[in-house]
Each structure stands twice: as structure tokens, then as C-alpha cells.
Design a protein around this ligand. Structure first.
Ligand SMILES: C[S@@+](CC[C@H](N)C(=O)[O-])C[C@H]1O[C@@H](n2cnc3c(N)ncnc32)[C@H](O)[C@@H]1O
Length: 349
């Protein structure tokens, strides 16, 4: 045994364990309102914070102590004052910020609750179905994607596609496939009142949320359809998917159905996790997160339906191959709007 390796691994493993408990503490801070309180009132002793936020001091002190040790909040030993830096609140509490990552504070607990099922599937095959993760996962997915969609979708992402924004201003048919809680479809309907927007999702619970949020918006509707059920008799000018294709039980067929539902000059904007199709290029913290969420959710929910289990890290090389096989004549990565977490692709028939 190599003593240095043992010590190094002990250090690294302790960091992983602390990361897990820190996410647990942050999930509690998120749900209890502590994180939002600290965004507005960033400093105080645990007693001052607990009183002002109407929370239990003993919990607040233990949570803030853990967050101080993890470097999430600062601690002044002389005054016993904890301070949440404004920059950290962008990630933890400010749902209007594109940096907001609080969706993970729903998603990680939701996927951890299904570890037994994923272990059983690892031993015997099959998977854990999307619905097993419950409403917390649906909320987490939306809170994960909605902040950047709200800030960028109609202001940067769609305008980055040549001539698309002008076409949408005039009026067009748009579909958002795998629409989840409906944020992207609703944003497009509001930004382009001359367009008719349809959201499709195979999750009935997601469609219920989307419908309840859009009752007063006339040019958007939601259907509890799987991608194969999208009608082709009234084709679309634009189809969008946000983190959907890798989740499909049959991604190849799904892409074909999307192409068939487009007008001959229609456009398909596909957002997928930023990754290479080759593991050796993904050996980073972002890669660990991606394969982790994939095994614990994306891949297993596809395998639960006897699907391909493509996985969240299917990557750009494979995406291009799938697009060609589905009959798309053109495949283009939109470098201007792709970022370290998400890649955008424009596919045209
Ligand atoms: C990771 S979520 C993304 C949701 C949404 N696009 C967003 O940005 O928040 C993937 C979505 O794809 C949906 N989905 C999975 N398989 C589908 C299928 N065969 N047809 C339609 N939607 C599907 C899931 O129900 C889920 O809402």
C-alpha cells in the first residue's frame, strides 16, 4: 500500500463527504428561507439571524457553522458574526440571476432518495422511472433551467440564430418538446405574441404545472404527449428542446419525429449538457456531476422504459451523428451562446 495515496484519498474523500453534507445544509437553508434571508440581511450572529428570520437559533447556528467550515459563509470569531457574501447569494438565493444553482438543492436530495432503486437496477437491470422522483425533481429541473432561460432565451439565444427573431416577430408556430413546467414555452409566448406556442411533455405532473402557470396566456397550450405523438399535419417553424434528447427512451426516433414535425425551412434548437462523447475529455468536476446526475436520474429513467439510456454526457460528437441519422441536412454548434454547462445546436431539415 502506498501511504501517500492513502492520505491523498482520505483528503479527497473527506471533501466529497463534506460536499454531500453541505448540499444537505444548503437544501435546508433553501427550504426554510434562511438563504433568502441571508441574501437580504447578509450579516449577524446566529441569534440575530434566527430572530430576524423567525427560525430556531440552535439549527441556524449549526447550519451556519457547517457552511462556514465549507467556505459558503464567512465567520468572524471575535464578534461571532456570520456573513453571506453577495456573490454567493447569486448562486443560492437569487432566482433572477443566471448564476442561480438552487435547482440542484431540489435535484440532489430527489436523486439521493432513489439510490436503492438505482442499486437494484444496477444489479438486475431496468431503471427508476421519472415519476418516482416526484414533484421535488420537477421543481428542481425547472429551478435549474428557468433562471438562465428567463434571462437569455428570448434576448440572446433565439436572436443568435440568423433571421429567426424576425420570423418569430411576424408570427410562427413554435413547439417546446419535453417542456417540463413550461417556463421556456411561456417565455416564448410572451415575447412573441404573434406566435402560437405548444409545449409537449410525457410527464403528466409537469404538464399540470405548466398549464396552471399559463391559464391567462392565450397563445400557449400544453399537451401530455410523448415526442412520437407530436402531430405532423400542422408543422412548426421552430422546435426547441432544453435538456431533453438524452432523456428520451429512443433519442434516434425522437429526433426523427422532431424533424418530421418541422416545416421544410423550419429550425430545431437543441440545448444539451456540454460534454465530449469521450470520457477521457470529461474527467473534471463538471464531468463528475454530469455522469452522477445521469446514472442517478437521466440514464436510469430512460432504462426504466426499456430505453437506450443514452446518458447526459452523450456529447457533441454523438449528437452530430444522431442528427445526420435522423435526416437533418445541417447541424451547427452555436458557439456564441454555448457555455461551460450547456451546448446549443441548430439543426435544419
Ligand atoms: C431534464 S427535463 C427538462 C425539462 C425542461 N425542458 C426544462 O428546461 O426545464 C426533461 C424533460 O423531458 C421530458 N421527457 C422525457 N421523455 C419524453 C418523451 N418521450 N416525450 C416528451 N417529453 C419527454 C421529461 O418528462 C422532462 O420533463
Amino acid at each position: 500500500m502506498d501511504r501517500v495515496r492513502i492520505e491523498t484519498f482520505l483528503e479527497a474523500f473527506t471533501e466529497h463527504l463534506a460536499g454531500a453534507t453541505t448540499i444537505g445544509l444548503l437544501a435546508v437553508a433553501d427550504r426554510s428561507g434562511l438563504s433568502r434571508h441571508l441574501m437580504e440581511h447578509p450579516s449577524g450572529t446566529s441569534a440575530e439571524i434566527a430572530e430576524a428570520a423567525d427560525l430556531e437559533e440552535r439549527y441556524v447556528r449549526e447550519i451556519l457553522s457547517g457552511l462556514a467550515a465549507a467556505g459558503i459563509v464567512e465567520y468572524d470569531a471575535g464578534s461571532k458574526v456570520f456573513t453571506m457574501p453577495a456573490e454567493h447569494s447569486l448562486f443560492l438565493a437569487d432566482e433572477t440571476s443566471p448564476y442561480f444553482m438552487g435547482g440542484w438543492l431540489d435535484m440532489i436530495p430527489a436523486v439521493m432518495s432513489q439510490v436503492e432503486g438505482v442499486a437494484t437496477a444496477t444489479a438486475h437491470g431496468g431503471g427508476v422511472g421519472f415519476e418516482e422522483y416526484g414533484r421535488t425533481m420537477i421543481r428542481g429541473i425547472d429551478r435549474g433551467n428557468a433562471p438562465s432561460q428567463t434571462v437569455f432565451l428570448t434576448k440572446r439565444w433565439l436572436p443568435a440564430v440568423p433571421e429567426l427573431a424576425e420570423r418569430l416577430e411576424k408570427g410562427a408556430r413554435i413547439a417546446d418538446v419535453g417542456c417540463g413546467s413550461g417556463t421556456a414555452a411561456i417565455l416564448m409566448a410572451k415575447a412573441y405574441p404573434n406566435c402560437q406556442v405548444v409545449g409537449y411533455d410525457v410527464s403528466a405532473d409537469s404538464v399540470t404545472v405548466a398549464r396552471s402557470r399559463s391559464e391567462d396566456i392565450e397563445n400557449v397550450e400544453f399537451h401530455n404527449y410523448s415526442v412520437e405523438e407530436i402531430p405532423t399535419d400542422h408543422p412548426f417553424d421552430l422546435i426547441t428542446t432544453f435538456d431533453v434528447i438524452h432523456d428520451l427512451p429512443d433519442p434516434a426516433e425522437g429526433l426523427e419525429c422532431i424533424r418530421e414535425a418541422l416545416k421544410p425551412d423550419g429550425m430545431f434548437l437543441m440545448m444539451e449538457p456540454e460534454a465530449s462523447s469521450h470520457l477521457e475529455n470529461n474527467l473534471t468536476a463538471a464531468g463528475a456531476l454530469l455522469y452522477g446526475i445521469s446514472a442517478l436520474h437521466c440514464m436510469t429513467q430512460s432504462l426504466a422504459k426499456d430505453g437506450a439510456g443514452l446518458g447526459a454526457a452523450w456529447g457533441r460528437e454523438l449528437a452530430e451523428e444522431y442528427a445526420a441519422e435522423a435526416g437533418f441536412g445541417s447541424f451547427q454548434r452555436l458557439d456564441d451562446i454555448s457555455n461551460r454547462f450547456s451546448a446549443f445546436y441548430l439543426l435544419e431539415p
